[in-house]
Design a protein around this ligand. Structure first.
Ligand code: FUL
Length: 503
């Protein structure tokens, strides 16, 4: 090649189509008649936003282990062991959790033992060979999806990538002919699914079609996740692929708590539980946290003598997950009859009643609101403080671009008893707030701090602060507030808040 042609080619290759500086100028020049703030990246996808709004939903661990008493079956269990004493009733499961205020549920339809609760074409290890008609004739994912639609709830399925029954596990054809096909079969039960749950567990050893051996895989590529995502999203576009699927993250513990500081961003290649619990302020990926926890006292699956957690413990979990910018998936295992036991049903109803009474009258709605600054309105959009209390998730209060600190003060003519503060950022444009505090005054002059000992750093999709600083005994006598003041000390970009409630 002649040198001049070589250098010409090099110049073309070395010149980026649009430099960063040019891109910024272009963005600023875009017409913006509504004066909308620019996104503060990364931002959630539409399906991640919808998923976040589900907030609190149930896990139903039910299957072969319910009958063997194991937590992790080996994969060699005879199909006839699965023999529900009554016809399993997913509508009963979902009705019970709806009474607790949950907005949906995920049914485990294949655990690590590989037994499938639907008549799959991929393996004979499924309900068609169950021990009785109750088992053989109950297609769990089908009934679960039907019940969710009837009850106006969201639904999805847990399908274990690890399969201790399959002779092919560890080879390519397990992924192509078994796992991906099973996921596709499940997607066919409804294009309105909100989440598929892919557990990371892989204990290695198992029956594996009689090999009784140990198989190790590298989950970072073995399950062909990009292909899985594409195939499922073609069928169910709003279905978030959880865990191994890479669209939402495990919160790093199974005890029902997220970090007080909790960013929705995280680099998924960082694998420490400490980072999963807090996320990362400066990460490149929107990777929000979900906390999986048990409502009962022993297993994920129901066992003889299974008890249910105390009401206040459940409420604490709620505050430490939903109240800390994570979603909560709370496990409520059906028993051998294929129903939730009556103690579970009763506790769930009590929990719903407790939440309804503690979060009853929203005092923010009756307050006068004063803010230190309000963003300049646009032609068809304003950013005023009334947006904080209008119940519309698409409106928000904002400051001007250059302002990253602000105060919002709620005042009443008479002192009010306050116990909880709930705040929500408008996360469609990114999670921003990184340092804030809350205070109150009862005499109108001296301000006292609230939520002692709690890190008031992040907010995110939802933050609920117990104002006495205790998540385990949060109710108490409350505080007599004539005014309550929120001070935002620092934010990654101008703060955008869609909702504030005070109870
Ligand atoms: C874990 C699994 O190994 C447990 O059996 C359970 O399904 C839990 C929700 O996830 O990693």
């Amino acid at each position: 090649m002649r040198p001049s042609r070589f250098f010409a080619l090099l110049t073309i290759v070395a010149t980026p189509l649009v430099s960063h500086a040019q891109l910024e100028i272009k963005q600023q020049q875009l017409p913006n008649p509504d004066n909308q703030p620019l996104p503060c990246h990364p931002v959630p996808s539409e399906r991640q936003l919808l998923w976040n709004e589900t907030e609190f939903y149930a896990f139903f661990h039910y299957g072969m282990n319910t009958f063997t008493g194991l937590e992790w079956g080996n994969g060699n269990e005879d199909e006839t062991i699965y023999a529900p004493t009554q016809k399993p009733d997913p509508e009963q499961w979902l009705s019970a959790v709806k009474a607790a205020g949950m907005k949906g549920g995920i049914a485990v339809v294949k655990h690590h033992d590989g037994f499938c609760l639907w008549p799959t074409a991929t393996t004979t290890h499924n309900i068609t060979l169950a021990g009785n008609d109750n088992g053989r004739e109950t297609n769990i994912p089908q009934l679960f999806a039907d019940a969710a639609r009837k009850l106006d709830m969201k639904y999805g399925f847990y399908i274990s990538p690890w399969d201790r029954n399959s002779a092919y596990y560890g080879e390519d054809n397990y992924v192509v002919d078994v796992f991906l096909k099973q996921c596709e079969e499940l997607a066919q039960y409804g294009d309105d699914q909100f989440e598929m749950w892919f557990d990371g567990a892989n204990g290695g050893s198992g029956y594996y079609g009689g090999k009784n051996t140990t198989v190790t895989i590298d989950a970072s590529y073995y399950y062909d996740i990009p292909n899985l995502r594409d195939r499922i999203h073609k069928i169910a576009p709003n279905c978030v692929m959880w865990g191994v699927g890479g669209e939402a993250r495990w919160i790093g513990n199974e005890a029902g708590w997220a970090g007080e500081t909790n960013w929705a961003m995280m680099d998924p290649t960082v694998e420490t539980n400490a980072v999963r619990q807090t996320g990362q302020e400066n990460s490149w990926l929107w990777h929000p946290g979900e906390s999986d926890a048990k409502a009962t006292t022993s297993g994920w699956f129901w066992h003889n003598g299974e008890g249910i957690l105390e009401l206040e413990r459940l409420f604490q979990m709620y505050l430490e997950t939903v109240g800390r910018n994570a979603t909560l998936i709370l496990n409520c295992p059906p028993d051998k009859s294929g129903h939730l036991p009556s103690v579970t049903v009763k506790r769930l109803k009590q929990f719903g009643d407790l939440c309804n009474s503690r979060f009853a009258a929203d005092l923010a709605k009756t307050a006068t609101i004063e803010v230190s600054e309000t963003r300049q309105p646009g032609a068809n959009r304003n950013y005023s403080a009334t947006n904080l209390v209008d119940g519309d998730k698409e409106t928000y209060w904002a400051t001007n671009d250059a302002t990253t600190s602000a105060t919002i003060t709620f005042s009443w003519t008479e002192p009010q008893t306050v116990r909880y503060l709930l705040m929500q950022e408008y996360i469609r444009l990114g999670q921003r707030i990184k340092d804030w505090k809350v205070e109150y005054t009862s005499d109108g002059t001296s301000w006292l701090p609230l939520a002692p000992g709690i890190q008031t750093t992040t907010v995110g999709y939802k933050r609920i602060l117990p104002l006495n600083g205790s998540t385990s005994a949060s109710y108490g006598d409350g505080y007599q507030a004539r005014s309550l003041r929120i001070t935002i000390n620092d934010s990654r970009a101008c703060p955008l808040i869609s909702n504030i409630s005070i109870f």
